[in-house]
Each structure stands twice: as C-alpha cells, then as structure tokens.
Design a protein around this ligand. Structure first.
Ligand code: BEZ
Length: 209
C-alpha cells in the first residue's frame, strides 16, 4: 500500500464524487488518493475547497505538485491516464465521442437532479418554483427515455466512463428522488442497473443511508 499522493475533496452524497471513486476502484488506484471531507451547499460554502476550486464545487483533486483539477470530467480523464489497465475513456475515434456523450447525458441527469434537490431542501416550500422544477424533471425523463431506447446494449458492453456515469446518476435518483420512480418507464435500464450495482466499486460507494 503506497502513501496517497493526491487529495480528493469528497462528499459521499455527491454523484460526481461517486464517479471518481468508482473509477478509482475499477482502476486499482484507491490508495493513491486521500479523501478530504467537504460538507457544502450553494448557501454554505466550504472555505478550504474555495481555496483550491474557486467554483466551490466537488470533486476537486489536488495533485502531488499542488495543481488542482476540476470538474469530475477532467478528473476522470486524468485518472484514466494514470493506470496501466484498459482505458475507461476511449482515447480516440468514434467510440471516444459516443462514450463521452453518454457520460454527458448522465451528468445532465445529475445536474437536474442536484438542482431539484437544492430547490426542495434549501428553499422554503412557499418559494418553490414548480414550473422550473417540472422543467428539470422533464430533462431527467427525456434523458432516461433516450438511454432506455438507444443505449442499453452499449451500456452493457463494458463498464467504462459511460456506464459509470449512468450508474451514478441512477444511484442519485434512488437516493434523493425515489418519488420519480424512474424504473417504471425504463425496465431495461432498471435491469442493467440491478446488475451493475452489484459491482464492488458501486457497493462500496453507495450514498449514505
Ligand atoms: C446531496 O446531498 O444531495 C449532494 C451533496 C453534495 C453534492 C451534490 C449533492
């Protein structure tokens, strides 16, 4: 076991952090990274994190030389170039752009889901903007419908940046928005997810109960 040379600003509830943790598991790099707990919301920033990432967002990864990487996409790309196994982000060709586009779709589900979470958890109920909330929910539903219709075989083909990102997005929906009942309209996606959540990398990165 080596001494960690990098520090990851970490919160187990964040689906973006989870992507990084899953990739570290899958590529055998967990012991290279020390975790620095970061409790934050948009109205309760983390001063230490702001020093390293002016956007005040997690994950951020401080490298051994003091440079800091953000956001999660950049961190995944960096870490995927630091191991000797099969790349989890294709390095070139049409596969690269397709897999990154699926990952971006998953990130969009996370973005809308986290925004809904903040609106519901941080703003007084009488101030909730229902039309805006519905717009975010519609983004999630459209993205899930595309995954169900077009992407199941691709997701099932191997567990890489696309599959990790979609799995973490679905995990966050279960964690914060079970009311959306995403499985009802996406049975094939649900079957795929039931398999991938058995992976050790997914089991050990589950959000807190
Ligand atoms: C959450 O508690 O839902 C959360 C925490 C950190 C980042 C994103 C979401």
């Amino acid at each position: 076991m080596s001494t960690p040379s990098m520090t990851l600003f970490h919160n187990p509830a964040s689906p973006y952090v989870r992507k990084v943790m899953v990739l570290l598991h899958e590529t055998g790099q967990l012991d290279r990274v020390a975790l620095q707990a970061s409790q934050l919301t948009p109205v309760n920033p983390d001063a230490a994190l702001n020093q390293d990432n002016p956007l005040g967002k997690i994950p951020a990864l401080r490298l051994a030389d003091g440079n800091v990487l953000y956001d999660s996409r950049v961190i995944l790309d960096y870490l995927d170039q630091q191991h000797v196994g099969n790349p989890l982000i294709p390095r070139e060709g049409s596969a690269r752009w397709r897999r990154l586009t699926l990952a971006a779709l998953a990130d969009g589900i996370m973005d809308a889901s986290v925004l809904i979470r903040y609106e519901l958890a941080l703003r007084a109920p009488e101030k909730h903007w229902e039309q805006w909330l519905d717009g975010q929910r519609d983004k999630i539903r459209r993205a899930l419908a595309v995954l169900e219709a077009d992407a199941i075989a691709e997701l099932a083909s191997h567990f890489d940046v696309a599959s990790i990102s979609v799995a973490c997005a679905l995990g966050y929906l279960d964690f914060r928005h079970p009311d959306l009942q995403w499985r009802d309209a996406q049975p094939r996606l649900a079957a795929w997810y039931a398999e991938v959540i058995q992976r050790p990398s997914m089991l050990t990165t589950q959000p807190p109960a």
